[in-house]
Each structure stands twice: as structure tokens, then as C-alpha cells.
Design a protein around this ligand. Sequence first.
Ligand code: HEM
Ligand code: HEM
Length: 173
Amino acid sequence: MSVTVAKYSRVARILHWSMGVLIIANLAGGLLHDLNADLIMPLHKATGVLLLALAVLRILWRMVKPAPAFPAAMSLGERGVASFTHAILYAFMVLIPLSGWIMVSAFPRPLPFYGLFELPKFNIVKDSALWGVAAEGHELMAFALIALLLLHIAAALRHHFVLKDGILARMWG
Ligand code: HEM
Ligand code: HEM
């Protein structure tokens, strides 16, 4: 049985899927950068900064247009896990690119935005406490994001194929 449910707004859906593709590409680029760092890293950094801007827009939009209510059949526990996971995903969408930006600010290399213009840098010294937290944190949070995304995707598939409660349709189309 399929159920009709309220949808996310069109803006939220476009942001979710376009950012989803770019985030997965950036995770892959970060992990595989040794293949061709000169090609991959400038794209990784520019796309990361673009994602940071999109994340800020998305969070502001989320405040203007809140998510549709959970389906009535979802238990309090399931709602709690979903809300908690989404909150951490939002936090990572900001903190991962921000930590990367802080990390590379200490390097002499310029920070071009797809060859269009140069991005500014934070005033940060390599090996300072904040730099260390950003450099360590970037990698740790990226790995934690991969684990959370696997959970997130598994939950979406469970809702679609097992519970059939229309959750995927709220974010699709
Ligand atoms: C193939 C990959 C993905 C699938 C199948 C998927 C699926 C979904 C679905 C079905 C929802 C709606 C949940 C609901 O109605 O409550 C959702 C929400 C959400 N997704 Fe994804 N997603 C994917 C990738 C991502 C990625 C890469 C991110 C970001 C790191 C992400 C972050 C979120 C967040 C934060 C929400 C909550 C939206 C809100 O309530 O404000 N998703 N996702
Ligand atoms: C959502 C955005 C981003 C994601 C998901 C992401 C993900 C990753 C991942 C998975 C790695 C590999 C970690 C490792 O194995 O050591 C990495 C490395 C790195 N990232 Fe990002 N990143 C993002 C944004 C950024 C931004 C905005 C910058 C800089 C402006 C940046 C700069 C770097 C640097 C310098 C490395 C280290 C490469 C090396 O080990 O030499 N990242 N990133």
C-alpha cells in the first residue's frame, strides 16, 4: 500500500539531490586525490566551498520552510533517530568544508574558485591548535559522514521498500 504524504518544497528537493551528488563526489575526490592531486584538489576545494555556501542557503531555507511532518506511523524513537541524524548531517555539511578551508588557509598555495577568482583565506598559522583541530577534524568528520550516509540511505530504502510509507517520494520528483 502506498500513502500520499506532504512533500519537501521544490527548493529543498533540488538542494538535497544536487548537494547529495556533489558531496559524494567530494568524498570520492578527497579519498582518491593521490590519483592526480593537481587535477583533483583544486576541484575538491572549490566544490567544497560551493557546498558550504549551499549548506548555509539550505539551512536558512529550512528555517523558512520547515520539513513536512513525519508520517503518523513513525514511532517516537524513529522520529528521534531521524531528526538526530539529519541534524548531524547539517552540522557536517558546514563543519567539513569549513575545516578544509581553515586547513588550506595556512598553506602558501592560492585558493582559486574554478579558475574564476581567488577565494580569501583565514588568518591562520600552520600547526596552531585551531589548524590541528581543523586538519584532524576534516578527515574524522568525513569518515563519520560516510558512515552516517550509509545509515541515511539504508533508512531511505527501508522506508521505500519495506515500510512503503512514501518517505522517498517526499524528497523525490
Ligand atoms: C543516495 C543518497 C540519498 C538518499 C537516497 C537520500 C534520501 C533522503 C530522503 C528520502 C529524505 C527525506 C526524509 C524525510 O522525509 O524525513 C532525506 C532527507 C535528508 N537528507 Fe538525504 N538522501 C541521500 C543523500 C543525502 C546526502 C549526501 C546528504 C547530505 C550529507 C543528505 C542529507 C539529508 C538531510 C539533512 C535530510 C533532512 C532534510 C530535512 O528534514 O531538513 N542526504 N534524504
Ligand atoms: C563537503 C565538502 C568536503 C568533503 C566531503 C571533503 C572530504 C574530504 C575527504 C574524504 C578527504 C580525505 C581524507 C583523508 O583520507 O585524509 C579530504 C581531504 C582534504 N580536503 Fe576535503 N572535503 C570537503 C571540503 C574541502 C574544502 C572546502 C577544502 C579546502 C578549501 C578541502 C581541503 C582538503 C584537503 C587539503 C585535504 C587533504 C588532502 C591531503 O591529504 O593531502 N576539503 N576531504
